[in-house]
Design a protein. Structure first.
Lengths: 356, 356, 356, 356
């Protein structure tokens, strides 16, 4: 990806010489997601173009120099099928890491496929090989196929984090705004968390069909006014609004709507505002104070979310949910079309197979 | 208070006949607070004018019919010096009380001095007597003078609730926006909660002087631009913003400012938006999502906040803080002037002595 | 049940005259559970024998005097199929209710079928009719059959409370000790809460088979030594022990074992010690302090647990779990045999149909 | 300290050559605490004798090679007056660090003065110099004298952690068992946290006098039977027991007593069982389950506790509390006597000044 606004180009790059305790991953699948759309459009700040996109990938460890281990201290071996956490270099030395314990706000983080440039090495998955730098955290995909993992992909830790931050209680009605990959994984995790009912307001129909398979009761927002959507939520909730609403849309106004769809003393999680789409307006008396409402922004994810998301996929119940997500796989040469399909919402989940 | 926009008038009303398990309180002090200003202006919805204002009062139990007890089951006696929780009739039978356990959003609550009309009896403290209906919860003022209690008054449970909801940690820097009675009590409780530093942006100078006595480091917002205020907060916090900001102003824009004064992964409590003063604008990406911020509306208080606030006043450390609040006491005939003084900010805390 | 150690006798009692806002329930099913075994053995303190046992029951409202409503304020009608919360008279006026907000420790609680005697009226479900006193909280069984509800019965709110108190996280391994009704419901709720794996150590085989259907991986403790059980838990958990252990056995030593089966910085919930079976021994350095372990006693349940448990049964996923519990129904005349079967563990769940 | 059971000997060791990003600290004060008594007695497992004791020390950075920074990224300079976190090498790579986020149970931790042997270098404070290895976290003592810091010393992060884990609420009565350094700091932090009352059962009188200055109401356990102590606690708490009890004694039976001194639905924190003193006996029905009690072991501390403890000392309120602790300072040659004094309880806090 040469720069903002330009299509992705294929380039030949040399294979890196491995540092001590580094590895080379032969990529099986790499995700094409909404972030990649934003990256091509140039909507993210601080991206060191040109970059190799592809922040979430699976593959096989082709060569290892020195030792890399999992978090149980077990060494990885060449030939192991793994994925890795795209977020790298969380420092564990700064005030955010050590005192606030808010490592997703550590200023030293780097992200494969997003904040590493081509000059930093093979740090993106839309490539035949990814360079696993020393300290990058890999995880074995035991009992989880590449395709199942990719059905969730980057939305897995994001949605797990959001649902955890939502403090869902047994018997809650959770409302998910948006039916993109994060919305769908949020529906699945809400359902797995003990919500008695999961509602989803989203579009298009193709995604809502999957939302239903993942446990959601759905409403197509393109066919219903705000007033109708509100009525629908109230009807589903004994007239009081959702216990928890999780915003996964990216549209600023959806944050205010989320507050209004939620019952008094409920909670809203804002996880869809990944990039700057502008402002929204709200009434602090009616929307926050008198409602005794909590609104929780939710940024990124850490190793804990990633690890536990993979653990969850090993349970049959969870696997069933994500296996209903259709995948559109393309070769490396067709990646721009894949980005187009994601941008238009025509596919739910696209991926590249660089070695296919 | 005959109706919105009209001054308070003195009226003679008959003493009530006591129901079983009710009492008559001879009022010593009753508060004149910002809510009373709003009541006179007609800014609160659903007020059954004409009303007897005065929601927080102290007095002596003049007569009791049947038995009224404290929460330890001990009966009250005639002659006991008490205060009582103005919030009444929380039902403990509805979904909000029993399932959400959010009793401050119980739709059956009634509030002395605000949502009871003259037709409901002597249900306000700007009166020589208050009728303590069956079920109203009184508390003895053991070791706490009427004046000390009134120095906090209705702001005590409100501020205790807000600081509790703020989840202050040891070592935090808490920023309080506003130096009215709620702001001042919030400074005191934040300081008593283990904050290493409590900042306050407010005005006028007379209130900021008290804010300092209660444990605050202060800035007069009338003399500093938003940019200067931001710089001041950053300078006080190693450049990262307050760990927790508690909004006690009533100005909608202050909610957005609170979010911007707060560090990433911090928290904002909104407790000042007691009435509808309109909208504010914010950027959900920058102000919520990327910041990983929590914003918590905080409505009203319940018996627990009230009870523990009175318990706190019994500790010398806490008593010292509130004893620095100057009180302006007036006779019943001068209550309109007291409301004027509160409205103008010329006094910090005014009260009526109806039997003086 | 005439007294401790005596078998249950059939007696004819007059139908009560209804007070205002009371009702008469024609009983369809009433549970025979471990508590009833203890009641017949006289192991519970403070039981006002003779009593009518049967604390959890379903039925049809035969007659209503005045108005009784659900927590949404909707009136019940004669002919409605309902169940009701056996715990009654939680006072909402004492320190435990109002300040600690620990209503299960309210000293004023009375429990149908346990702490009401025959002299208090028809306050137990092993009877053709139950007198629904004013203030007893009923709930409609919409979409939930009597049999499905009874498959969980009194273990539903108990287990929901225990699992909630366990703070299960996504991806956790939960270990349940015991495979009686509370153990089984705890397995089901743990699985519905997002545990990646639920282990159960229990017996006999008939119950372990159901434990597996409810989501558990099981070990028969009668065939394995403590050392073998420990090895099994460690093998299932990467060598570190369960993240959360929930004790549902009633055996004092199981509490110490639970602590030793749990990983460092994990949690143990103690919910099985419903009656006094004596003491256990532990090493506070090794079992608590160095482990950084939390041990949480869990007593009773409140309306919130009851209400949400019924809500959960309306979700197909949950219904599937409890529908795997076999029920043994008897007539009123055979209730002593049903107690025997429960005492011996020969049946998982027994119930009486007093009007069959 | 050559080995278990032997007195400390003075030895001459060479000054180390500094690695990159390491430093040499000229020690001003180093603590002599209960851990050192245990170390000399050989009661701690896994200590690599011979060791240089002294895990908490203050001093001046004499020389720095490369760069060492504080958590704000600011470099330290030679001549800076600092202290450092004795816990070192928390790995931030294992399951406990990354998934459980329970870094005090990270198996890779090393502790200056305890788990480093003489062969590891100058890793204890009873020495003229301490070698600050790469990665050791120092903190400037701005506004905090060496003596004030040492008045708390290693008890500061321990007690802050324990009080934080106790979840003290405004208005609580906290009971502290034990009046050693951890007990005293626990009293101070409980008082700073918003407890309305802090009780302490301990001995000897010299320590109880300080406990009173730090905010405690005290009882000498050597003069009162268990029954009298229980009565005293009940009298102080409206007959219900302490809201929170924090065990700081090291005596196993104190853990069971703590449970019995605590009210239903309250909490016990166990922080005093630092070494293995054997077992205790409890009744899980009466002491845990029916009480709905939480018992929380509390192990060690992390950088967050250490950092915020130092921040707290900068507030005048906190400084006042710890300045009431008398210090007994000795030269290096008298350190065995200092250990004797600590062991006998004859002094509250002893320290070594190796360069005096």
């Amino acid at each position: 990806m040469p720069g903002p606004g330009s299509p992705v180009e294929l380039r030949e790059l040399p294979l890196p010489e491995l540092e001590e305790n580094a590895a080379l991953l032969r990529v099986t699948c790499s995700e094409v997601c909404g972030t990649d759309v934003y990256l091509r459009e140039g909507r993210l700040a601080g991206v060191p173009y040109p970059i190799i996109p592809g922040h979430v990938s699976t593959g096989v460890l082709e060569s290892i120099r020195g030792t890399i281990t999992d978090i149980y201290g077990r060494p990885f071996h060449e030939g192991d099928r793994v994925t890795f956490l795209d977020v790298h270099k969380t420092c564990h030395q700064c005030w955010f890491c050590l005192v606030a314990k808010a490592s997703t706000r550590c200023p030293h983080r780097k992200v494969y496929g997003i904040t590493y440039g081509v000059g930093d090495g093979l740090c993106g998955g839309w490539s035949q090989y990814v360079y696993i730098k020393p300290g990058v955290r890999c995880i074995r995909l035991d009992g989880v196929s590449d395709e199942l993992y990719m059905a969730g992909g980057c939305s897995l830790p994001t949605a797990l984090h959001a649902v955890e931050r939502a403090d869902v209680r047994f018997g809650d009605t959770v409302l998910v705004l948006g039916a993109g990959p994060v919305g769908l994984s949020t529906i699945a995790f809400s359902s797995l968390r003990g919500a008695a009912k999961v509602l989803c307001i989203g579009a298009p129909r193709i995604r809502l069909d999957i939302a239903e398979k993942m446990g959601g009761t759905v409403l197509d927002f393109t066919r219903h006014s705000i007033a109708e959507r509100t009525d629908w939520v109230l009807t589903q909730t004994h007239g009081r609004g959702a216990d928890v609403t999780i915003e996964c849309t990216g549209v600023p106004e959806a944050v205010t709507q989320a507050m209004r769809f939620t019952r008094d003393a409920g909670a809203v999680v804002v996880v869809g505002q990944y990039t700057d789409h502008g402002e929204t307006t709200l009434n602090p008396h009616l929307d926050l104070n008198k409602k005794h409402l909590e609104v929780r922004g939710c940024w990124g994810s850490d190793y804990s979310h990633f690890h536990r998301a993979v653990d969850m996929l090993q349970s049959p119940n969870a696997a069933l949910k994500w296996s209903s997500v259709p995948l559109r796989a393309v070769e490396l040469s067709q990646v721009n079309q894949a980005v187009d399909l994601v941008a238009s919402g025509a596919v739910v989940k696209a991926l590249v197979r660089p070695n296919a």
